[in-house]
Ligand binder design. Structure first.
Ligand code: C2E
Ligand code: MG
Ligand code: MG
Length: 716
């Protein structure tokens, strides 16, 4: 309540009448004076007073009229009015009361009596207003109780129901009469634990309040969800007077939540878990397997032949098929297992708690049979099968994502091996693949860091004592491991795109060297080794052209490409085309490691290589092995017959050279002449090389090659 003094409005045409009274009251009340009925009304409307003293006898508008007007104004209607009059006749008094006067004061005013009466009146008015307010409050409370959509239960301090509202009856099905005196636990569904209720009562005891969700049971036995809030009402002394429980029926919201949950976690078509729920289950399964100390399989299942069914018979049939298949898979699983659909026709299975892989394989075999059984959908007979990849945990001690990836990889192998089968992920193979991946990455870095170098091994004509050129051989100047031979890294990149990148580097680097040597007057042929994949790469010819364009001063014919005989046979038509394109640019070809392949004479004849390079494995043993000698002699004769050049590689000793000269092969390369050397050493080596005296002696004898066939590089 505010402490502002109560306000009294005095309306009298002769305020002097009131002067004494005003003086007496002004300590206690705020006094306002108006000298006519009209002015009094205006003041009252402006700021309604708590009491009005009203003179009856006034010119213009008398007290009665003023009273009538006050009473007819809703804003002022309830303000108590005290008439001040000299009149003492009863009739006038009656008229005043009938107009709603609260009291009369007669002139001459006794200040003391007037003060008491006014005080009484104001007190009564105060009480009346309080009563009115409470009544209104109660009416409001009652209407809230009666009309609220939420159920209200009021219980006594012993938690016996003393009242419920209509919403309670609507929600629970119990009438008021049925529940009066009962404990609200008649609604108990059994879904909440004893602990749950214990903590609810604890909260009521300590905080006088509890709120939460309850699963209740209505009179028909149906379960519903109630968002409930319970408050303790205490009396002045603090003891519990009663409890008020408010509940809203949130079953529809709960159902909706449930639907959302389903949508978020289950595949709408088949009703089985989706990728999101799978992630959850997989994490749980890993933890469980870990605890239980047994095994689990993570399987990736992809249908074989699903797309044709979908394309041929339409999506409806495809959908039906997926539903049926997921059902079949489920039938093969045990209670704790999971099957999830993670894509069109892709499923993931988690098979838990088995002792060894055989147990699991038995399940998968059953599943494969089951999936492959033919079925009829919309009168169409359809059949699919499944390819399954699996990995076993904890044998494959990986995280969830990796397990799935491993199962997926295994599934691809199952597909490659003919479908309708399962394949177990091989950890060892994976490890090797991983290491290979790391090696490849390292080689890529090496390429970027310029860690590769070319060494050069001279090729000579033993008979004439001249240097024909040199073969470029790649080395890796590894920062930690030192100089690595090609055997240490080339096998790793075989079959990858790196072959092309590295091959292009060799090409450019060889052309750079050639150019710098030509600039110092050293005119030699450099041969480089070309990997089959590189040669057959779609832009090999363009790359070569670009290489020459970047070195415009190079003499045509200074480059020779060594290709493996075996590679040439892979796609002889295409190889021939590429070779011819290159030859147009003046590039020569040698068939490397000749004799190790299975080339038929027809193929050999078709290939436009100018030179054959006899493989070092034959050369090595010609001194002691008559068979190898026969082969080498045969190849030399063959080249003569086909009008090709021949060169022997692996010439390690003087004797090798002598024998080769005798057989008619004048060109040679090998440790016996020079080991591969850094590019910087080559010019000096060439300048200082003198051919072997023994060979010169042998050369004095007529050579089969001198029967008309040119034996040196055609470019020299
Ligand atoms: P390749 O083309 O047959 O090269 C001849 C190999 O025999 C070279 O080994 C050479 O050092 C070795 N060699 C030469 N003379 C003798 C000898 O008298 N005795 C013995 N025991 N060996 C001799 P390298 O440099 O280790 O190269 C091995 C193979 O790697 C090469 O065989 C070639 O196929 C490949 N290669 C080398 N460099 C490249 C390249 O830049 N690109 C490609 N694609 N392959 C290359
Ligand atoms: Mg070679
Ligand atoms: Mg070779």
């Amino acid at each position: 309540m505010n402490n502002k003094p109560l306000k009294i409005l005095a309306i009298d045409d002769m305020p002097a009448n009131l002067a004494l009274l005003g003086l007496a009251l002004q300590d206690e009340y705020q006094i306002q004076i108006a000298t006519s009925g009209g002015k009094g009304l205006a003041l009252a409307l402006d700021d309604p007073p708590d009491l009005i003293l009203l003179d009856i006898m006034m010119p213009d508008m008398d007290g009665y009229e003023t009273c009538r007007r006050i009473r007819s104004n809703p804003l002022l209607r309830d303000i108590p009015i005290v008439f001040i009059t000299a009149l003492t006749d009863l009739e006038a008094e009656a008229l005043g009361f009938s107009l709603g006067a609260a009291d009369y004061l007669t002139k001459p005013l006794s200040v003391e009596i007037a003060r008491l009466r006014i005080r009484n009146l104001l007190e009564r008015e105060q009480l009346r207003r309080e009563l009115q307010r409470r009544e209104a409050e109660q009416r409001l409370a009652a209407s809230v109780f009666a009309h609220t959509h939420d159920s209200v239960v009021i219980t006594d301090s012993g938690n016996r129901i003393i009242d419920v509202n209509a919403a309670f009856t609507r929600i629970t099905g119990y009438t008021r009469a049925e529940v009066l005196g009962k404990d609200p636990n008649i609604l108990k569904s059994g879904r909440q634990s004893r602990e749950f209720y214990k903590s609810m009562w604890q909260s009521l005891d300590t905080h006088d309040h509890w709120s939460g969700e309850l699963w209740n049971r209505n009179k028909n036995g149906e379960i519903y969800a109630a968002l409930t809030s319970i408050s303790v009402v205490r009396d002045d002394k603090g003891s519990i007077h009663h409890y008020i429980g408010l509940s809203a029926d949130i079953t529809p919201i709960k159902n909706h939540e449930h639907d959302l949950e389903r949508i978020a976690h289950f595949d709408p078509l088949t009703g089985i878990p989706n990728r999101v729920l799978l992630a959850d289950r997989l994490a749980q399964a890993i933890a469980h397997t870990h605890r239980a100390g047994n095994h689990m399989a993570v399987c990736y299942l992809d249908l074989d032949g699903f797309k044709p069914v979908n394309d041929q018979y339409g999506h409806e049939v495809g959908d039906q098929l997926l539903i049926e298949i997921s059902q079949r898979i489920r039938e093969c699983l045990r209670a704790g297992d999971t099957v999830a659909r993670i894509g069109g026709d892709e499923f993931v299975l988690l098979l838990l708690d088995f002792n060894d892989s055989r147990e699991c394989e038995a399940v998968l075999e059953r599943m494969l049979c089951k999936v492959a059984e033919p079925l009829t959908i919309a009168d169409y007979a359809v059949a699919v099968s499944a390819s399954l990849g699996l990995t076993l945990y904890p044998a494959d001690l990986a995280d969830a994502d990796t397990l799935l990836r491993h199962a997926d990889q295994a599934m691809y192998i199952a597909k490659q091996r003919g479908k309708n089968r399962y394949h177990l992920f091989d950890q060892e193979l994976n490890r090797i693949a991983q290491i290979r991946g790391e090696t490849l990455a390292r080689i890529e870095i090496a390429l970027a860091n310029n860690e590769f170098v070319l060494h050069f091994q001279p090729k000579v004509n033993m008979r004439r004592g001249i240097v024909l050129g040199a073969e470029a051989l790649i080395r890796w100047q590894h920062p930690e491991l030192g100089l690595l031979p090609p055997a240490a890294f080339l096998p790793d990149i075989e079959g990858t795109e790196l072959v092309i990148a590295l091959g292009n580097w060799v090409l450019t680097s060889a052309l750079d060297h050639l150019e710098s040597w030509q600039n110092i007057g050293l005119d030699i042929v450099i041969s480089i080794n070309i990997a089959p994949r590189h040669l057959l790469h779609h832009d090999f010819v363009e790359t070569l052209q670009a290489g020459f364009a970047g070195h415009p001063q190079l003499r045509p014919g200074c480059l020779e490409l060594e290709i493996l005989e075996t590679a040439a046979l892979e796609d002889i038509g295409r190889v021939t085309t590429v070779m011819k394109e290159c030859q147009k640019m003046g590039v020569g070809f040698a068939l490397d490691d000749f004799g190790t392949g299975y080339s038929s004479l027809t193929y050999l004849k078709a290939l436009p290589a100018e030179t054959l390079k006899i493989d070092q494995s034959f050369i090595r043993d010609i001194l002691g092995d008559p068979e190898d000698l026969a082969i080498v002699a045969g190849i030399i004769n063959l080249t003569a017959a086909f009008h090709r050049q021949v060169i022997a590689e692996g010439v390690e000793t003087e004797e090798h050279g002598s024998l080769l000269l005798k057989l008619g092969c004048d060109n040679a390369q090998g440790y016996g002449i020079a080991r591969p050397m850094p590019a910087a050493d080559l010019p000096a080596w060439i300048a200082n090389w003198l051919t072997n005296q023994e060979w010169l002696k042998k050369s004095a004898l007529p050579s089969p090659s001198e029967t008309g066939l040119e034996q040196e590089s055609p470019l020299k």
